[in-house]
Design a protein around this ligand. Structure first.
Ligand code: SF4
Ligand code: SF4
Length: 594
């Protein structure tokens, strides 16, 4: 049966077809739709699906299920693997029960990420096999194969789709889902499951000993394909394999081609290619993982081989596309280079910096924060929608999930005497901000922490979390109180404010600023998009004749406020938060009744 599917949905289909019993993940673009598709597609199948509080927890939950006999998957984006690196590395030693797939979506070109990482490096580091799909069909097929491979070699397997694969749509051959495979029963085996040094040493040997067998298996997997033709060769990895195939066709070149989709990279196939060609281009996104292998093997088998790859021919950063690969091949063959013209749509569109939505309560929170703490204060912030408030002067740092509070403490203990007000979202606080708050309390950092609580994980598509009282599958569950949590972690003062009430919010910030210890402000308003989807009817506001043209409301930055000649105007993007009416010194912005 063929279905037109998003890459991430194809992965979800593959998981269901493979009979998984559990999937756990933390939302992160481009991986989020895997869990969401599973929730949609699972039907009556008895499997557990969850949004975990972070990627480390997701992988640990998946490991527990696998050890109990249920095939399991943990989903995350590349930066999430940094959070999950601890269990990831040791799971390679301890192995699996039923198949365990670590689905880690990479984001070359940082489309929606704070960095570019090549997770193939992590798989090498951990000695864990990695499957690198080129399209949604391969993503579905590799998902099923990866779980089988995991069981066969008693090792977690990584599936590493990139943004282009996760978010591409294609016709995919699929079958129906099936109930979880195998019996569920946890068998105690401390020598395999307890990573004590005395257990870890032999397990490390075991992990190393199985590598040649894994290499042998992947050598002949269907995604490592060698076509020997002319004396010039190309090796292309993952989605770049498709670009290379198409570019060779377009340029009518008779080159040999090795497409690589399974790691460890297939040494025998690489050797065969190296022996056959005199010149070789290696095409892979981000890191020179295969190129390094080629360099090593060429030293043994064909030292005179001319190897072209990173830096001069293929960039080590960003995303590849057909034109980039075509031009690399053209350069290599002395053919004419095709110039990259601006896309017609890009020509027409004015540059548009990312901005908070009209009526987003984060804007009001930051406005109040800056009014109270002032220009000189220091504002460490975090990963989420609110990072877009950088233009408001209230986002001075942003490192990684949950780092805002620890960085604020570091700035204080580093000797800074100015006011310090950190900010992070509700989901980010629950992901990894809690430990920073505990540390700040324990070490007596005099800082203010603002939790911008919009009651969802907004940036990745409104996923629930423990503060929302709803699970991934929509069931009502325990709702964690951020106030109680902040107090339990040691905050001396906890203020709850409604950002749409500007005066009340500023008073809350004043008390927090003046508190001689660790204070927390919880600024709570539901995400405007989610509220409107939930049926909330916006109030209407308009500017009256009393407008004096001072532009104070425009400077506030809501996209629903424009300047029209000498006066302000509210356009139909307005969501009726009413904050601009509180800011206008002439009281010219009024609610339209009736
Ligand atoms: S009420 Fe004012 S601030 Fe709120 S969304 Fe409308 S225009 Fe923007
Ligand atoms: S703040 Fe009030 S007076 Fe000033 S431009 Fe806006 S609507 Fe007009």
């Amino acid at each position: 049966m063929r279905e037109y599917l998003l890459g991430n949905t194809a992965i979800a289909k593959g998981l269901l077809e493979a009979g998984i019993g559990l999937a756990a993940g933390y939302p992160g673009t481009p991986s989020s739709e895997i869990i969401e598709s599973l929730v949609e597609l699972k039907g009556d199948l008895p499997l557990h699906i969850e949004w975990s509080v972070n990627e480390k927890v997701a992988l640990e939950v998946a490991a527990g299920a696998s050890w109990t006999g249920a095939r399991a998957a943990a989903t995350m984006k590349h930066v999430g693997l940094n959070v999950a690196a601890d269990p990831f590395m040791t799971l390679a030693y301890l192995g699996v029960g039923a198949g365990l797939l670590v689905i880690c979506a990479d984001d070359p070109f940082c489309h929606s990420s704070q960095n570019e990482q090549d997770s193939r490096r992590y798989s090498q580091f951990a000695s864990i096999p990695c499957l690198d799909p080129a399209d949604p069909q391969e993503a579905r097929d590799m998902t099923i194969y990866g779980l089988e491979l995991s069981e066969r070699f008693n090792i977690p397997v990584m599936l590493r789709p990139t943004t282009r694969v996760s978010h591409a749509r294609a016709d995919v051959e699929v079958n129906g889902g099936r109930p979880p495979t195998g019996e569920s029963h946890f068998v105690k085996n401390p020598a395999r499951r307890v990573a004590l040094p005395s257990h870890a040493r032999p397990l490390h040997n075991e992990l190393l000993a199985k590598q040649p067998e894994i290499e042998e298996e992947l050598e002949s997997c269907p995604w490592n394909q060698l076509t020997l033709k002319g004396e010039t060769g190309v090796i292309a990895a993952g989605i770049a394999g498709l670009y290379a195939e198409e570019a060779l066709m377009d340029l009518d070149l008779d080159h040999s081609l090795l497409r690589v989709g399974g790691y460890p990279a297939p040494k025998r196939l690489i050797r065969r290619l190296i022996e056959h060609v005199s010149r070789l281009l290696v095409v892979e996104e981000l890191e020179p993982v295969i190129e390094e292998q080629v360099l090593m093997l060429a030293g043994e088998t064909n030292p005179s081989l001319d190897i072209l790859g990173k830096e001069e021919h293929i960039p080590r950063w960003g995303e590849l596309d057909l034109l980039a690969v075509k031009n690399a091949l053209a350069r290599m063959n002395g053919l004419e280079i095709e110039q990259r013209g601006p896309l017609p749509a890009a020509k027409m569109l004015p540059p548009r910096p990312p901005a908070l939505c009209p009526g987003c309560s984060h804007r009001a929170t930051y406005y109040a924060m800056r009014r109270v703490f002032g220009k000189k204060a220091i504002y460490p912030s975090d990963i989420g929608c609110y990072t877009m408030a950088v233009g408001m002067g209230t986002v001075d740092t942003c490192l990684c999930m949950g780092a805002s509070i620890s960085i604020a403490s570091g700035i204080r203990f580093g000797g800074e005497g100015e006011g310090i007000c950190a900010s992070l979202g509700d989901s980010t606080f629950l992901h990894s901000g809690m430990t920073g708050l505990l540390n700040a309390a324990y070490n007596q950092a005099r800082i203010t922490v603002t939790i911008l609580d919009n009651s969802t994980t907004a940036m990745t598509g409104h996923q629930p979390h423990p503060g929302t009282g709803v699970t991934a599958t929509g069931q009502t569950t325990v709702q964690i109180s951020l106030e109680a949590l902040a107090r339990a972690l040691g905050a001396g003062l906890v203020e709850s404010v409604d950002p749409n009430d500007l005066e009340g919010t500023m008073e809350g910030f004043q008390r927090a600023r003046d508190y001689p210890g660790l204070s927390v402000v919880i600024a709570r308003q539901p995400c405007v998009i989610k509220a409107r989807r939930g049926g909330a009817r916006p109030r209407a506001f308009q500017v009256s004749d009393e407008c004096q043209g001072c532009r104070i409301c425009v400077e506030y930055g809501c996209p629903a406020i424009e300047f029209d000649g000498e006066v302000a105007r509210i356009n139909n993007l307005c969501t009726g938060c009413g904050v601009c009416a509180q800011i206008c010194p002439a009281s010219a912005i009024k609610e339209v009744k009736g």
